[in-house]
Design a binder for this molecule. Structure first.
Ligand SMILES: Cc1ncc(COP(=O)(O)O)c(C=O)c1O
Length: 412
C-alpha cells in the first residue's frame, strides 16, 4: 500500500483508537494512576507522570511529523529545554547562539554561572562561528535555534550538525518557529529537536507545553545509547512531563498544523514585502526576503520561512509607541504561533531578562518589533500595518521638527 502523506497521517492521528465505545476522536485519559492487574502485574501505564495514553498519542503524532522515533512531552517549552540540559555534566561544554530566546538564555546563563556545565556563546551572524567554537572547545552539546528569536537568523543545520558529530557532540535544534511542516532537523543530522508546543503545534494560544523529539540514528561516539529513553527518564525523574488535558488539546491543534502553516506563511510573506516597502521601516528580518543574509540557506534546507517577521522602525522607541497605538488586528502580547496576529517589543517583553549589554550584543534594539502573523484575511493585516507605520513615521517626523525648533530657541 502507498504510504499516507504526513498531512493525512496527522489529521487522522489516533482516530478510531477508542476500542470501548468507538469514539471517532480519541478519549482523554485524565487519570493520574492505573490499576495493576495483580501483584507484580502492571498494565502498560501505572502513573501519569511516567506515562499516559493521551500524552503518548500526541507524542506518536509529533514524532511521526518530525520523522523521529520518540517524543517526550513536557509541561512547557522551557521544561523541555531544561530536560535536554540534564544530559550535560559539570565538565561538558555547551555551545549556544547569543540571540537565542531570552528564556533559554536566562536558564542556560544561570546554570552555567552555577557550574552545571561550561558555556560558550557564538554569534550566529558570523559564517563559521559554530565550527570555530566546536573546533576550539570540543563541546558535548551544540544548540541551534532556527530561525533565531527574535532576529530570524538562519543556521545551516546540516553543516553545524556534521561538525558537531565529528567532534562527538550532540546537536539540539529548537524548531519552534518553523514546526516540522517547514523544517525537519533530524533528517539534517540533528540528534534532538525541541519545541515550545505552546506556539504553532498547538496553534490556538490556549496551552503551554513542550516537546523533545529524538531520531533513530544509532551513534557510536559515546552519546547515551538510547537518547530518547535517557530524556524520558529525566522528564519522569524531574516531574517535567506534560498534563494529559494539554496533550489532548495540543493533538487537536496539531491536526490542522499543515493547513495553518500554509496560511501563516502566505500572510507573513505579504507582510514582509509591505514592511520592506515602507519608509518608516529601517530593516525587515524575514528569511523569505531575497536580501536576508540567510535566504539562500533557508531556501535550501527548509520548506518555507515561517510566520514570524521582525522589523526595526526608523525612529526607535518613540516610533514603536505610536505604531502600537490603535492597532486593530495585532495584539500586543508575548508568544507566537497562534491563529491570531500578535506584536511584541522584544527588548521590553520576550527578552527583558537580558541586560542592556546582552541586548546590544544580540542585536536587539529599542526600535525592534516582532510580529507573529496570524491567519486573518491578509488585506486586513496589511491595512492595519500600513496605518500603524504611517502613524509611526508621521509622529517621529513631528517630534524631529519640534526638537529642531526647540534647539534653535536655546542655542545662541
Ligand atoms: C524559540 C523558543 N523556544 C522555547 C520557548 C519557551 O517555550 P514556553 O514558553 O512554552 O516555555 C519559546 C517561548 O517563547 C521560544 O520562542
Amino acid at each position: 500500500m502507498t504510504p499516507l502523506d504526513p498531512t493525512t497521517r496527522v489529521v487522522r492521528a489516533a482516530i478510531e483508537s477508542d476500542t470501548q465505545h468507538g469514539a471517532v476522536m480519541p478519549p482523554l485519559y485524565l487519570a493520574s494512576n492505573f490499576a495493576f492487574e495483580g501483584l507484580e502485574r502492571p498494565r502498560p501505564y501505572d502513573y501519569t507522570r511516567s506515562g499516559n495514553p493521551t500524552r503518548d498519542q500526541l507524542g506518536d503524532a509529533l514524532a511521526d511529523l518530525e520523522g523521529g522515533r520518540q517524543a517526550v512531552l513536557t509541561s512547557s517549552g522551557m521544561s523541555a529545554i531544561a530536560v535536554v540540559l540534564q544530559l550535560l555534566g559539570t565538565d561538558d561544554v555547551l555551545v549556544v547562539p547569543r540571540d537565542a530566546y531570552g528564556g533559554t538564555r536566562r536558564l542556560i546563563d544561570t546554570w552555567a554561572a552555577r557550574g552545571r556545565f561550561r558555556l560558550v556563546l557564538v554569534d550566529a551572524r558570523e559564517d563559521d562561528a559554530y565550527e570555530r567554537a566546536i573546533r576550539v572547545n570540543r563541546p558535548r552539546m551544540v544548540w541551534i535555534e532556527n530561525p533565531s528569536n527574535p532576529l530570524l537568523r538562519i543556521t545551516d543545520i546540516a553543516r553545524v550538525a556534521a561538525a558537531a558529530r565529528a567532534a562527538g557532540a550532540l546537536t539540539v535544534v529548537d524548531n519552534t518557529f518553523l514546526s516540522p511542516v517547514l523544517s525537519k532537523p533530524l533528517a539534517q543530522g540533528a540528534d534532538v529537536v525541541v519545541h515550545s508546543t505552546t506556539k504553532y503545534l498547538n496553534g490556538h494560544s490556549d496551552v503551554v507545553g513542550g516537546a523533545i523529539v529524538t531520531g533513530d540514528a544509532p551513534r557510536a561516539d559515546g552519546v547515551p545509547e538510547d537518547l530518547g529513553e535517557a530524556l524520558a527518564w529525566w522528564a519522569n525523574a524531574t516531574g517535567a512531563t506534560g498534563a494529559p488535558f494539554d496533550a489532548w488539546l495540543t493533538l487537536r491543534g496539531l491536526r490542522t498544523l499543515p493547513a495553518r502553516i500554509a496560511l501563516h506563511e502566505q500572510n507573513a510573506r505579504a507582510v514582509a514585502d509591505a514592511l520592506a516597502a515602507h519608509p518608516a521601516v529601517r530593516v525587515v528580518h524575514y528569511p523569505g526576503l531575497r536580501d536576508h543574509p540567510g535566504h539562500a540557506v533557508a531556501s535550501r534546507q527548509q520548506q518555507g520561512f515561517g510566520g514570524v517577521v521582525s522589523f526595526e522602525l526608523e525612529h526607535g522607541k518613540l516610533a514603536v509607541r505610536r505604531f502600537l497605538e490603535g492597532l486593530r488586528c495585532f495584539t500586543l502580547a508575548e508568544s507566537l504561533g497562534g491563529v491570531e496576529s500578535l506584536v511584541a517589543h522584544p527588548a521590553s517583553m520576550t527578552h527583558a531578562c537580558l541586560t542592556p549589554a546582552q541586548l546590544e550584543e544580540a542585536g536587539i534594539g529599542q526600535g525592534l518589533l516582532r510580529l507573529s502573523v496570524g491567519i486573518e484575511a491578509a488585506d486586513d493585516l496589511l491595512a492595519d500595518l500600513e496605518a500603524a507605520l504611517d502613524r509611526a513615521g508621521a509622529a517621529a517626523q513631528r517630534e524631529r521638527v519640534s526638537a529642531r525648533s526647540s534647539c534653535r530657541t536655546v542655542s545662541p
